[in-house]
Design a protein around this ligand. Sequence first.
Ligand code: FAD
Length: 380
Amino acid sequence: MNYYDVIVVGGGPAGVSAAKSAAKHGAHTLLIEKCSTIMANKPCGEATSQNTFITANVPPKPSIVLRKVNALVFAPNMKFIEIKEVGFAINKSLFIQYIAEQAAEAGAQIHVREEVQQVIRKNSMMLVKTTHGEYLSKVVIGADGYNSTVAKSLNITEKSEPIPTIQYVMVNCDLEYPNSVRFYLGNEIAPGGYAWIFPKDDRIAGVGIGVRKGTAKVYLDKFVKMFEKEFKNAQIIDYRGALVPIGGMIKQNVVDGAILIGDAAGHVIPFTGAGIHSSIAAGLIAGEVAAKAIAEGDTSQKRLMEFNSKYEEPWGARIKKSLKAMRAFEKLSDNELNMLQEILNAQDILDLANGLNLTNVTFKLLKHPILAVKLAKALM
Ligand SMILES: Cc1cc2nc3c(=O)[nH]c(=O)nc-3n(C[C@H](O)[C@H](O)[C@H](O)COP(=O)(O)OP(=O)(O)OC[C@H]3O[C@@H](n4cnc5c(N)ncnc54)[C@H](O)[C@@H]3O)c2cc1C
């Protein structure tokens, strides 16, 4: 029987960060990834903020950061608000691999091509059964994505509301805004979600959609057709879909001997569906909490709940506020979204999307005859 202090299940942004942090804090750590490679195994727009690199302690090297981008948010009438704050279009695979390298340097062991099939709590220890054998650990960190096996094994049935998404990576594009990530809102374009065009290069882009009514692919194909000039000669080289948990954090993400993090726990900013930064932050906190709990000889749910108190500020609070904003926005008609484009500025959009400062936006909307009732009151 192989013994570890901490076993991290899943080598996405959350898992590699948890493994790095647990090992750095002195825990004998194993990271298990079911795919053959530690990389972006799931489709992703691969856009993130500069702060993500600061949180992850990864230098924004040219091999990882493909380009600096600003953001354009389009109302249904195609008028847009420009957010000048610069973010990054990244190579997510290399980013995750860099963090995995840091985890290995800190002493974590990494197994790829090994799938965790079951996790059982047994005599205050966690028994982890995989396709390759069995392990014992004091703490398991479940970073295995939305359909978490760790959650299922431990009878955690609560799930964050998902939005189905589909993304094409398209080449030979003639992008009108090669240095901007573009978001398109509207009930005609993407009911209950949004469509996006995220450049990876002057001629390569991720073009995707998330919808909560109808079939995502039908809406995505319609969306692509809207940009005849840009995609006239383009070809799809990657076509994948996945669920994004946009319903906020699950309540029971910590049990005796285990912490769920990342998509498995709903650690995603609801309004934008962005989860790279919030998952990395969760991983770093979970690894530290697990290692310290083990050093103190207490891996009970009560002790491990320290994760939630450390994550609450700023992440938990942001996720809750962003969810509130999303719930208010999902009731708006296209006309009302067009009105918003006239009223809000770039900072307001950033605050709303990230759940940062809803008070300023709310006061602004309260002055509007229609949006005061529909939106401002819901945000209060
Ligand atoms: C289409 C799309 C576009 C997105 N665009 C963006 C974006 O531009 N910016 C942003 O910030 N976020 C984006 N997101 C969200 C972001 O991708 C996720 O929130 C983030 O990757 C979550 O990280 P994670 O480590 O929790 O989970 P995941 O990235 O899902 O990683 C989970 C890992 O666990 C492994 N695994 C699963 N089960 C097992 C098992 N039983 N045993 C071992 N290993 C297992 C998987 O193979 C995977 O490697 C997007 C999501 C989608 C679907």
